[in-house]
Design a binder for this molecule. Sequence first.
Ligand code: KG4
Ligand code: ZN
Length: 332
Amino acid sequence: MILGIETSCDDTCAAVVTRAGEIRSNVVASQGLLHERYGGVVPEIASRRHLELIDAVIADALERAGASLDDVREVAVTRGPGLIGALLVGLSAAKALAAARGLPLTPVDHLHGHVVASTLGPDPIEPPYLCLVASGGHTFIARVDDLRAHRRLGGTLDDAAGEAFDKGARILGLGYPGGPAIDRLARAGDPEAFPFPRAAPGELDFSFSGVKTALLYAVRDLGEREAERRKADLAASYQSAIVEALVARTRTAVEREGIERLAIGGGVAANSLLRERIAQAAGELGLRLWVPDFSLCTDNAAMIAGAARFGEPIAHPGYLALDAAARLEAAA
Ligand code: KG4
Ligand code: ZN
């Protein structure tokens, strides 16, 4: 069994996964409420909270897996990218556990974890495939020919898609995180009410700062009362602009690469319009689509333990000097 640990942002996560890709447990202690009042993640608060939670979360993951440390053959941990203080808590815990038992430790690129999340469970995706990862911290399209690595085909030039949802929600006076709130409100609105900027066709990179500014101006031009009255239309139009950009680029990538398998991941993969549109696109393009369970889309340690199956374990005590990295060079 592989024990996975993930603390790159504001979720304290541990999981137990077998070499065959079976998820025995996948525990996430979310800090969402702790950061809600600040409208975003406060790095120093996140690190301290990880420190308080990590031992209990690991114990819980082992217990739910019906396992003990004796059953663990390898420890996997997110090395980056992420908040450096947050990463250090998970990495230190992983090193301590592995070193105490003389186990190997496998450092994992968080982004690669998202990309290979669909290889877990009873119906694993196999290369070659493309993966759209859209979360609060990252948005990119990757190509996978070999599960050890991915190649980035395009990504966001500014905000991540989830970040755009969160910032839009803040402009509309909805809570944090904003994605689910916009998703809900948009159901009652007209996605064509406001002509927010759409994706330029044929490109693989994303930019979400323009649509965010467009929303800000629309709200300002409408005035407080009118903006409040048309909130659902604003949310629906804004969501549609983000989702169409994601789907358009994914389509372009699929057509350019000529690949017949597609996966999506990241917290934004929970968005109901994105799910609908991407499934529709997959149908039109004759692709097979993998949409992992939501628990594998948002940050979690199962994807980290899962990715470690394709990584390079470092034998004890070689990893003691290993450092966390806020940024990893593109994992190609
Ligand atoms: O993957 P994740 O849990 O954390 C990061 O790695 O960032 O993604 C969180 C992001 C947040 O920005 C949140 O607003 C967004 O995913 N999100 C959604 C939905 N549910 C979560 N965005 C749009 N629609 C949703 N239903
Ligand atoms: Zn993530």
